[in-house]
Write a protein that binds this ligand. Structure first.
Ligand SMILES: NC(=O)c1ccc[n+]([C@@H]2O[C@H](COP(=O)([O-])OP(=O)(O)OC[C@H]3O[C@@H](n4cnc5c(N)ncnc54)[C@H](OP(=O)(O)O)[C@@H]3O)[C@@H](O)[C@H]2O)c1
Length: 250
């Protein structure tokens, strides 16, 4: 028996990056995982990798900017004990260059989908006696940057939802937490990641597994008394003053 044996998990944006690593981490702990995203080919690859390791998984395609898709995903996922709201839409640039379509997609994907999935699935967790919701926020919610206003706003709202839902669902045994990654080596351009290294006390950017391990901890019994927290997973980036002198990457 592993710590999540008998539990089911839905991980949004699990066709790649942090979500993929999270799906693998939860499956390795015994959870039956619903892998989801738009890209069926990458999603099926993740499912096959989990099954090859002896785990249980299936793929459900959904575009989280589409409200009908979100509600269908919630239905098709069935009983969910662990919901990881990981997928996000990101358009970066000066605010006057962000189109209304890009703005809407970020609000739909990063906020409305998180809201609809949680508001649909958390009450069902409560009826079954408990569960865990983990939202993937970002250090961008805490530190202003000159090119990500809308994305940062959606992540700040996710932190607020996390605290509100901790109050709303906690009494029924459903814990709601968030992780706030700093720069993570996923599909992000390497030049963008590298500029952060001198500012990060650990002098490296994260790998997806640095984040997925914290998510898996929050999902499992080790996180049983953590509720309403947004945990930075950023090597100390948002905890310290930037260095006064230039420093070399480790
Ligand atoms: N990487 C970083 O440096 C970093 C830093 C801070 C926070 N984060 C947060 O961490 C989370 C994961 O980021 P990541 O870097 O792992 O991203 P990623 O590698 O780009 O993966 C994004 C995932 O989201 C899915 N997705 C994107 N748009 C979608 C849509 N409209 N509908 C459904 N699924 C969609 C993608 O699946 P499909 O392509 O199959 O649809 C993919 O599985 C996000 O919430 C992000 O904001 C990342």
């Amino acid at each position: 028996m592993s710590e999540l044996t008998g539990k089911s998990a839905l991980v949004t944006g699990s066709t790649t990056g942090i979500g993929r690593a999270t799906a693998l981490a939860l499956a390795a702990r015994g959870a039956s995982v619903v892998v989801t995203g738009r890209n069926a080919s990458r999603g099926v690859d993740v499912v096959e990798k989990i099954r090859a390791g002896g785990g249980t998984a299936r793929f459900v395609a959904a575009d989280l900017t589409n409200q009908e898709d979100v509600l269908r995903l919630a239905r098709e996922a069935g009983d969910v004990d662990v919901l990881v709201n990981n997928a996000a839409v990101a358009s970066f640039g000066p605010s006057h260059t962000i189109t209304v379509e890009q703005y809407d997609a970020m609000l739909e994907g990063n906020l409305r989908a998180v809201y609809l999935l949680t508001a649909t699935l958390a009450p069902k967790m409560a009826e079954r006696g408990g569960g865990s919701v983990i939202n993937v926020s970002s250090g961008a919610a805490k530190i202003g940057d000159d090119n990500n206003a809308v994305y940062a706003a959606t992540k700040g709202a996710v932190d607020a939802l996390t605290r509100a839902w901790a109050a709303e669902y906690g009494p029924a045994g459903v814990r709601v937490n968030a992780v706030a990654p700093g720069p993570v080596s996923t599909g992000v351009p390497i030049e963008w990641l590298d500029r952060y290294i001198p500012l990060i006390p650990l002098r490296r950017v994260a790998q997806p597994e640095d984040v997925s391990e914290v998510i898996a901890f929050l999902a499992g019994p080790g996180g049983s008394y953590v509720n309403g927290a947004t945990i930075p997973v950023d090597g100390g980036l948002t905890a310290v003053e930037p260095p006064k002198q230039p420093v070399a990457a480790r």
